[in-house]
Every structure is written in structure tokens, then in C-alpha cells.
Design a protein around this ligand. Structure first.
Ligand code: EPU
Length: 431
């Protein structure tokens, strides 16, 4: 297994380009099942999660080509309706097959994804939405069975205890575009990745009104056709680079990120005193000498502060004098990075769904474990601010969602090396 060795190396400096969003590309790949004509996706990041999704699409019958880096061409002529456990268990986002298989084949059997370290991740709202589209939905032997022979549009309230659901909204949109009649979704997720999905579906011939708002109206059509589509920029990757620049007091220009995708995050950083210069799709993080201010932040569905940048904000706030309170409303247990940050010297207490961070800690390098994708990124940011070397294990979590992370950051002067676990100092080797 690979590990990272990261050493604090002072301010990051230079320019860095943002890639395509994983969380947009995954449902877009699933949406290619909605047409029997070829769909070409561009700006697809090269990630292990993308390869898992492609493997599942091949399994259900898609012909897949990857003619050049970042470009995938998929043609879903003959499909089977079953997505088995041994493929689905590798990645939760494979639940996104439920909507398109239901729409195309009028039946689906998709394994329910297993547990997740960031907390319970139910799919009850996905199932409720399908039931509202007049599908028969049953759970049997760990699989969701959908009979959509009488599928038709209808009104659906898709909100749950934590508000909207991102992949749930994607599933119901993908089912509804081929359902006869009108579907009205209330409390739809408004994330840029959902907007991107709607935009591609419209190119394929779908009729969707209210794109980007919590109220979507979809008129079902008979069939969708092929198209070409460019995946939207990865706002979480961009936010991670911005936080990396801020934690090192760097001078970094992040390119290819429309700032409106990151409103709440940029606002919070400006409130903390991070100097940002925004021009078009470029965000310049300027070096600063004044101390930053602590923040009070709550994660919420878009356009609120994204849960996927919570861990990175925690890492940054360990370096800011005063008390920051970061409350997680989407996944209240998503604090697996905290014990590892504490091992590096951070002063953080967890009180219910909140991390109380007493900042300006002197961090020192330590052996730490990555527990999920965004926690991995937070540990790397903390390592940039620490003295000495930090060895980060289980970085396969990071490889699921950040493309060439270490190469891109090394381009800014970061000292980050990908090594084999056999390179770990003897005392750090796991059993
Ligand atoms: N929820 C329900 N019932 C459902 C679905 C969700 O109660 O049927 C709850 C969840 O438990 C959670 C909240 O609703 O409390 C939001 O979950 P959501 O369904 O929106 O999450 P998701 O679609 O499974 C996507 C991203 C996650 C990101 C969340 C929140 C993809 C592939 N994944 O997950 O990304 O954290 O939205 O923004 O789009 C990541 O990239 O690191 C990641 C975990």
C-alpha cells in the first residue's frame, strides 16, 4: 500500500489548475445509461472511484472507451438491470444506477451499498422518490428491487432530516426524465453537481425547469439521445488547494474554478481574514502577515458551507489563535480526522456535532491514519503546517477523490512524497 511522507516546507507558491468534479462525473457516468446513443464526457478526473463506476457500467452492458486522458465515451445499447453487491460495495455512488436503470429498463435490482465511516448513509429518500413515481420498491436480500412497469410522473417532496439529498436528487431526476407525465421535485438538492447533471440531461433531450433551484419540474420524454459534455470544475478540490495556500500563508493562484461554486467557503475564509482576489474563474490566495481570526461555521446543503470542506477548515483553524466552532449538520459524526490532528498536537474537543478548536497549536509531524477522503486531505494540510515529517497511511482514501494530488501540490513547492508502506520507519509498520 502507498503512504505519503509530508514535511512542512513553508509557504506554497505558484499556480494550480482545478480538475473535473468527482461528484459530478459519477452521476454523469450513470446518466449515460439513459440513452442507447453514445455519450462523450470530457474533463473526467482520473480517480479510483471513476474506475469503479466504469467497471459497474461495463457490467450492466455499456460499451466504454477512454480514447484520451479525461475523455470517456459510453454507449449503453443492451443493458441488464442487475448491479451486484461485489461491485456496488466498492463505492456508495453506484447507487446512482438505480434511477437510470429504472428509467431505461422499467426494472432494476441494485445492491444496497454497505456502511461508511463518515456516518449512516441511508437511501430511504431515493426509495421514497421512486415510490412516488409509481414504482413498486422492495428490499430483498440486500438488494433494492424496482418494478417500474407503471412508472409515471408525480409530485415528490425529497427532503429528509438533514435537508436535501444529492445522489437521491440525481436518482429521481434520472428516473423522471423518462417517466410519462410531469414530475415536480420539492426540496431538490441545488449542488453544482446536480446542476451539471441537469444541464447534460437537457442536452440529451430532457425537459427540466428550475435547474439550480430546490423546485424542479420535469416533463418526461420517450427517449434521450447522445451528447458531449464537459464535467464541471471540482469545487472541493479547489477549496482544498485554497485551504492549503492559507495554512502555509502561501501565494497561490487557483485556476479554473467559477467562484460562485464556492460562495460559502470563500465567504468563511474572507471572514477569517484570508486575502482572496477573484478574477473570472481564478482565485488568488495572497500571503498575509496579520493573524487570522477564528470562525463559527455550520455545514449545510448547498449553497451552505459544504461538509466536504469541513475537515480542511478544521485543519486551517488549528493554526488560528482563539476558539473556532465547526458544526457538522450533514454527517454529525464526520470527525475522524480530529483524533489524528490531536496526535499532531491540535487542541480540539468534540461536543455533539461540533468541533471546538483552540487554535494556534504548534503541530509536529506524526504517523497518522487517513480515514476517509476529506480527512486525508485535512491531515496533509496539517502536515504542511507542522514541524518534522508526517507519515500518512491508508491514502487509498485520498486516491478515490483527488487526482494527482501530490504532483499538483509538489508543483507549488510542497514536500510530499508517495512511498510504499515498506518505506515506513520500522516502528510505524502495521501488523
Ligand atoms: N440522507 C437521508 N436519506 C437518504 C439520503 C440521504 O437521510 O435517502 C441524509 C444523509 O444521511 C445525510 C444527508 O441526507 O445526512 C445528505 O446526504 P446526501 O444524500 O446528500 O449525500 P450523498 O448523495 O450520499 C454526496 C456526495 C458526498 C457529500 C454529500 C453531501 C457524491 C458521490 N457524494 O453524498 O461526497 O459529502 O453528497 O454533500 O456526490 C465526498 O466527496 O467526500 C463525499 C462524501
Amino acid at each position: 500500500m502507498d503512504v505519503f511522507k509530508v514535511s512542512g516546507n513553508g509557504p506554497l507558491r505558484g499556480e494550480i489548475e482545478v480538475g473535473g468534479a468527482k461528484n459530478a462525473a459519477l452521476p454523469l457516468l450513470a446518466a449515460t445509461l439513459l440513452s442507447d446513443e453514445p455519450v462523450t464526457l470530457r474533463n473526467v478526473p482520473d480517480l479510483s472511484d471513476i474506475r469503479f463506476m466504469v467497471e459497474i457500467l461495463r457490467h450492466v452492458g455499456s460499451e466504454v472507451a477512454n480514447p484520451e486522458p479525461g475523455v470517456w465515451r459510453l454507449k449503453a445499447k443492451e443493458l441488464t438491470h442487475i448491479a451486484p453487491y461485489d461491485l456496488v460495495r466498492k463505492m456508495r455512488a453506484s447507487v446512482c444506477l438505480l434511477g437510470p436503470l429504472t428509467a431505461r429498463l422499467r426494472k432494476a435490482e441494485v445492491s444496497i451499498p454497505g456502511g461508511c465511516v463518515i456516518g449512516p448513509r441511508p437511501i430511504d429518500l431515493h426509495l421514497k422518490g421512486l415510490a412516488k413515481l409509481n414504482c413498486k420498491v422492495e428490499i430483498n436480500n440486500g438488494y433494492v428491487h424496482v418494478d417500474a412497469s407503471a412508472m409515471r410522473g408525480g409530485p415528490i417532496f425529497l427532503g429528509g432530516r438533514s435537508g436535501s439529498t444529492v445522489t437521491g436528487t440525481a436518482n429521481i431526476i434520472m428516473a423522471a426524465v423518462l417517466a410519462p407525465g410531469t414530475t415536480r421535485i420539492e426540496c431538490a438538492a441545488c449542488e453544482p453537481e446536480i446542476v451539471d447533471l441537469c444541464n447534460m440531461l437537457v442536452k440529451m433531450g430532457a425537459t427540466i425547469k428550475g435547474i439550480g433551484s430546490p423546485e424542479l419540474t420535469i416533463e418526461g420524454v420517450e427517449a434521450l439521445h447522445g451528447c458531449e459534455h464537459q464535467v464541471v470544475a471540482d469545487r472541493i478540490e479547489a477549496g482544498t488547494f485554497i485551504a492549503a495556500a492559507a495554512i502555509t500563508r502561501g501565494d497561490v493562484t487557483v485556476k479554473g474554478i467559477p467562484p460562485n461554486l464556492l460562495g460559502a467557503f470563500l465567504d468563511k475564509l474572507e471572514e477569517a481574514g484570508v486575502p482572496l482576489e477573484i478574477t473570472g474563474d481564478t482565485i488568488h490566495v495572497r500571503p498575509y502577515s496579520e493573524p487570522l481570526k477564528p470562525v463559527d461555521c455550520i455545514t449545510l446543503p448547498h449553497p451552505g458551507f459544504p461538509t466536504d470542506l469541513q475537515a480542511q477548515l478544521c485543519a486551517l483553524m488549528t493554526q488560528v489563535e482563539g476558539i473556532s466552532i465547526i458544526t457538522e449538520r450533514i454527517y454529525p459524526n464526520r470527525f475522524m480526522h480530529v483524533p489524528e490532528l490531536q496526535r499532531m498536537g491540535a487542541d480540539i474537543a468534540i461536543e455533539g456535532p461540533s468541533a471546538i478548536i483552540k487554535g494556534a497549536s504548534k503541530l509536529s509531524g506524526a504517523p497518522v491514519m487517513a480515514s476517509d477522503l476529506r480527512a486525508s486531505a485535512a491531515l496533509i494540510l496539517a502536515a504542511f503546517a507542522a514541524t518534522g515529517d508526517t507519515w500518512i497511511q491508508r491514502i487509498y482514501h485520498l486516491d478515490r477523490g483527488y487526482e494527482r494530488f501530490e504532483t499538483k501540490l509538489a508543483g507549488l513547492g510542497a514536500k510530499i512524497e508517495r512511498l510504499k508502506d515498506t518505506d515506513l520507519p520500522q516502528e510505524l509498520l502495521l501488523d
